[in-house]
Design a protein around this ligand. Structure first.
Ligand code: PLP
Length: 402
């Protein structure tokens, strides 16, 4: 598909709704259940045969529907469904595609929680998992088998910021009749994975999509058939496991979605600035916006250029001790917060090997080239990044790292 002509931000505007009373934002839904004027309508709604009626909030409610319409528009999918966390989106999407005896090929660099789910949990249900470097397409193809039902990857990996070749991965998925599920948490709007070939796109909306660090939430975007199957009252994973997002949160996340494009551009601008400054100081820096990054060219080919290369960068200080001392110093100076997570308006930093990727065994961390001194930044929306960098430089000097 031609990704270049697609504007996810304008797509969200195109589906904006006003409330029944002509409020400029949709009303907050405050009902767990809904009434029907006729008994038959309730029966038809139960069987998915009546349009415009709501049954029960765990299935659908008006607030979640308004948010999901916007999310689907952003992704270019027919439908979407909002969950109470990113992990709920990931686990429901996966379990909807897998049953006992199936096999999944997953990236070995996935988010630690996803890694733990695949390595320690889903195997209890008789699903076999192969972890591979999904940036190596030959390795992915070799790992696929007759019973491979899912290829799972993140568009931009954590913390080394490798880029998945979604269109090529889709070709491999098609060869084996598997579904390609892509976690786009790090790069909303920057990548449009569904348009590049993913069958299902999942999000932790806790991060950039909401951007305020005031809640945990997730989303699954896909064809209407997939979403309807997911919430089927008889056998849909999401309907039966029940991780629906609360409608109050849906309404607040929807409002934050309308300025996501501006935030992504500023996050990217600030991250690029920081990456260039670190490089000038001779510090090892990982940022896909730098021409020397291993996946820079691939990213340029596949991304939605106007949103930049994203707000995540990683620098390598060699040892965990140095990383910790540096992060403490930066926090003291007000650069941002020593905290996990990402996509916040303030800068967050953490030592990946000891935090967000700590579920990933040392053997895999070594394989993916993750140093214990890696400091991952989720670069904030600082109006003047040069002022922030002065504090970073001071921290480095005081610690005699430069
Ligand atoms: N996917 C990625 C890439 C993440 O970084 C995270 C959380 O850090 C998740 C999924 C899980 O999301 P949540 O914490 O909203 O469950």
């Amino acid at each position: 598909m031609n990704n270049k002509k697609f504007d996810p931000a304008m797509a969200i505007n195109a589906v904006a709704e006003i409330s029944a009373e002509r409020g400029v934002n949709p009303n907050i839904n405050d009902s767990a259940t809904f009434t029907f004027p006729k008994g038959q309508l309730m029966t038809d709604t139960f069987h998915g045969e009546a349009e415009g009626f709501f049954l029960y909030s765990r299935h659908w409610n008006p607030s979640n529907m308004a948010l999901c319409k916007a999310l689907a528009a952003m992704e270019g999918t027919e439908a979407a469904w909002a969950t109470g966390s990113g992990m709920a989106a990931i686990t429901c999407a996966l379990m909807q595609c897998l049953k006992t005896g199936d096999h999944i090929v997953a990236s070995m660099t996935v988010y630690g929680g996803t890694f733990a789910f695949l390595k320690n949990y889903i195997i209890n249900y008789g699903v076999e998992v192969s972890f591979v470097d999904t940036t190596n397409l030959e390795d992915v193809r070799k790992a696929c088998k007759k019973n491979t039902k899912v290829i799972y990857t993140e568009t931009m990996s954590n913390p080394l910021l490798r880029i998945a070749n979604v269109s090529e991965l889709r070709k491999i998925a098609d060869e084996f009749g598997a579904r390609l599920i892509v976690d786009n948490t790090f790069t909303p709007m920057i990548f449009s994975p569904y348009r590049l070939g993913a069958h299902v796109v999942v999000y932790s909306m806790t991060k950039y999509v909401n951007g305020k660090n005031d809640c945990v939430a997730g989303a699954i975007c896909a064809d209407a058939d997939f979403i309807n199957a997911l919430i089927d009252v008889n056998n849909g994973t999401a309907m039966l496991l029940g991780p629906v997002l609360d409608s109050f949160r849906s309404t607040s996340i929807l409002k934050n979605l309308y300025d996501l494009h501006i935030r992504m551009k500023k996050h990217s601008e600030n991250a690029m600035y920081l990456a260039e400054r670190f490089k000038a100081l001779g510090i090892k820096v990982n940022y896909p916006g730098m021409p020397e990054h291993i996946d820079h060219e691939l990213m340029v080919k596949e991304y939605n250029e106007q949103f930049g290369f994203g707000g995540m960068i990683a620098i390598d200080l060699g040892t965990a001790e140095k990383a910790n001392a540096f992060m403490e110093k930066m926090q003291e100076k007000g650069v941002g917060y020593l905290a996990v997570s990402l996509g916040f308006f303030r800068t967050l930093f953490s030592c990946s090997g000891k935090s967000t990727s700590s579920e990933v065994p040392q053997e895999y961390q070594d394989k993916m080239g993750m140093s214990e001194g890696l400091v991952r930044y989720s670069v904030g929306l600082d109006n003047d990044m040069s002022m922030t960098f002065e504090k970073i430089e001071e921290a480095l000097k005081e610690l005699k790292f430069i």
